[in-house]
Design a protein around this ligand. Structure first.
Ligand code: C2E
Ligand code: MG
Ligand code: MG
Ligand code: MG
Length: 278
């Protein structure tokens, strides 16, 4: 009886494990053959300036809708794309699409700074900078409308990435924000490495800002520190008015989160901007 149960459990475990391997394989194979133009779309999530009381930017977030698997989260497929070295081609699609969107918006007199997420692996590609510059030139888009989001601690890993980041600043004049700041292995000395534009305070800290005094103190200190060294702050994952009130009190510059707007299609974002202008 016990043995039979153990065996069942084992089968159950193996099936689950096999299912997840199968799904990973399926995603790998799909990523290698799909047409990005047919299945990918960029959604945009508003970034709201507390002082100006309006949307001043938007983060581009990749969406994948496949006819067999349905919608697949970037949390699931980006790591797989990194593993099979497809992140460069996907990343290039994202950059070009976002830059073309900026060009369209500027024709409609919409001026938003667009945040583009970059995987550390993209910085290992020696063509990264020239590709990005090419997209900007082809579409006559000024680098001031781009903000590159990279996850903290990227620079610790190697010289080449550091060089590439330097080129982003110096030869392209593009600003960089540190994504998900305050989780993982944060090191404040990291802020000294480059003239970063912004830190994005990670959602897990913002989640508990009104309930956990320790994390509240961390957020408060981060905002004060950033201010004193001339770096802007944006809070990620703001869902409740109470969080916005606290962040306003602490002097945070910008907020992003479901309270202000979920990631949305281009046309929905344009509607939202219209209502804000009235
Ligand atoms: P991220 O760059 O930190 O993006 C923020 C994530 O938080 C997004 O998830 C967004 O939808 C979610 N979010 C924003 N506000 C709220 C909120 O108030 N509540 C909750 N529950 N969630 C909120 P998403 O779109 O699923 O993207 C997940 C991650 O996938 C991103 O984290 C980023 O690391 C990666 N990613 C997305 N698009 C791209 C891309 O084009 N290139 C690369 N390399 N990575 C991407
Ligand atoms: Mg991001
Ligand atoms: Mg991230
Ligand atoms: Mg983030």
């Amino acid at each position: 009886e016990a043995k039979a149960q153990g065996k069942n459990r084992c089968i159950f475990f193996n099936t689950k494990f096999k299912d997840s391997l199968n799904r990973k394989n399926e995603i790998e194979n799909l990523l290698k053959k799909i047409s990005y133009d047919d299945e990918f779309e960029l959604y945009y999530q508003p970034q709201y300036s507390i002082r100006d009381k309006k949307t001043i930017g938007a983060e581009a977030l990749l969406r994948w809708n496949n006819k067999d698997l349905g919608s697949i989260s970037p949390v699931e497929f980006i790591p797989i794309a990194e593993e099979i070295d497809y992140i460069n081609s996907i990343g290039e699609w994202v950059m070009e699409k976002a830059i073309k969107q900026i060009a369209k918006w500027s024709n409609q007199s919409i001026y938003l700074k667009v945040g583009i997420n970059i995987s550390p692996k993209q910085l290992d590609n020696k063509n990264f900078i020239s590709k990005l510059k090419g997209f900007l030139d082809e579409n006559s888009v000024s680098p001031e409308y781009i903000d590159i989001e990279i996850t903290e601690n990227i620079t610790i890993e190697g010289g080449y990435r550091v060089k590439q980041i330097e080129s982003l600043f110096s030869s392209l004049g593009i600003s960089i924000s540190i994504d998900d700041f305050g989780t993982g292995y944060s090191s404040l000395s990291y802020l000294k490495t480059f003239p970063f534009e912004r830190i994005k305070i990670a959602k897990p800290l913002i989640d508990v800002i009104s309930t956990d005094n320790f994390d509240f103190q961390i957020v408060k200190a981060l905002i004060m520190l950033a201010k004193s060294i001339g770096i802007k702050t944006i809070a990620e994952g703001v869902e409740f008015q109470e969080q916005l009130d606290i962040l306003t009190e602490l002097g945070c510059d910008e907020v992003q989160g479901y309270l202000l707007g979920k990631p949305m299609t281009v046309s929905h974002l344009e509607e939202l901007l219209n209502t804000q202008n009235i």
